[in-house]
Ligand binder design. Structure first.
Ligand SMILES: [Zn+2]
Ligand SMILES: [Zn+2]
Length: 345
């Protein structure tokens, strides 16, 4: 089968690989129908993710059809259409029993990281019963690719941890796919204001279309000043960091209102200064999280009922044999205006 393989920092190739096989009775083999590329894959390719060794098939998102199941799998059968979750969960360890699947001691984020991933014709999914989701008949399967990672990530790490409430004020720093996923799902709670901050006018225009009440291009470095003006000098109740660089986290520190929350979503590769000399008396909270995907069943219902329309995030489509072009398009988003690129296997 064809698979996109990480070959070490800045090296990847579409290779011919053997079909994956059932290794444990709890495994399933899924034939991938559609997959996508995540910002995290670009982090891996930069060499930022030491757990991911050269030779690994990348990808932790996708939808597909069950090809084969191990003897202990009871919830899925050959031919079932499924969403692959970016988090594999054994369902039995202490963390899983607490709903913190991201820290499952037998799984967690292993797909396309510590085990071969979804950017291939077939993938082996461990703990299939608790790591796959049934796709209801008639659902738009392409839209459901957004449920593998970005929608639960934006929602759980940004909106839920940030405690977005009716009438509250929210700022989202970063208008990429994850920031936009937080923007879409924040609207479940009818916040009064959602301010999007980015450096790219195209992404900000999309944010406006997706429901942002204000957009700020921080090219001039005046985003903090503008947020303060928009909020009568208070700042925002929820500041969501959706980039993963020091400057954007510090923007969140500067715009959080007394009593507010900074909800970090971004993947940080270097240290960030925490200005406690300004924040110590402001009754704020800072949260971090790796997505648990506990909200995937709920989000699936909102997509099926068209309350949430994640297909809007898809800008480009490629066949698997052109996945190298897909990476180029996704990696050069400023020029190509790419958000999510869907790859058809
Ligand atoms: Zn991802
Ligand atoms: Zn577990």
């Amino acid at each position: 089968m064809k698979a996109l393989v990480y070959q070490g920092p800045n090296k990847k190739a579409l290779e011919e690989r053997p079909m994956p096989e059932i290794a444990q009775p709890t495994d399933a083999i899924v034939k991938i129908l559609k997959t996508t590329i995540c910002g995290t894959d670009l982090h891996i390719l930069k060499g930022d993710v030491p757990t991911c060794a050269p030779g690994r098939i990348l990808g932790h998102e996708g939808v597909g059809v069950i090809e084969k199941v191990g003897a202990a799998v009871t919830a899925f059968h050959q031919g079932d259409h499924v969403i692959v979750s970016c988090i594999s969960a054994c369902g039995k360890c202490d963390y899983c029993r607490r709903g913190m699947y991201s820290h499952c001691v037998n799984g967690g984020w292993i797909l396309g990281n510590k085990i071969d991933g979804t950017q291939a014709e077939y993938v082996r999914i461990p703990f299939a019963d608790t790591s796959l989701y049934h796709i209801p008949a008639g659902a738009d399967e392409e839209a459901l690719v957004m449920l593998s990672d970005i929608l639960p990530t934006g929602f759980e790490c940004g909106v839920l941890n940030g405690k977005v409430e009716p009438g509250s004020s929210v700022a989202i720093v970063g208008s990429g796919p994850i920031g936009l996923a937080a923007l879409l799902t924040a609207q479940f709670y009818s916040p009064g204001e959602i301010i999007m901050i980015d450096l790219d006018d195209n992404r900000l225009d999309i944010a406006k279309r997706f429901g942002a009440t204000a957009i700020i291009n921080n090219k001039d470095g005046k985003a903090v000043e503008t947020v303060m003006k928009l909020t009568g000098g208070r700042g925002v109740d929820t500041a969501i960091e959706a980039v993963g660089v020091p400057a954007s986290f510090i923007t969140c520190e500067d715009i959080v209102a007394p009593g507010g929350i900074i909800a970090n979503v971004g993947v940080h590769g270097v240290k960030v200064d925490l200005h406690l000399e300004h924040l110590w008396d402001r009754n704020i909270a800072i949260t971090t999280r790796l997505v648990d995907t506990v909200t995937t069943p709920m989000l699936l219902k909102t997509v099926v009922s068209h309350k949430l329309e994640p297909a809007q995030l898809i800008t480009h489509r490629f066949k698997l044999d052109r996945i190298m072009d897909a990476y180029e398009t996704f990696g050069d988003a400023a020029k190509t205006h790419a958000l999510k690129v869907v790859i058809e296997a």
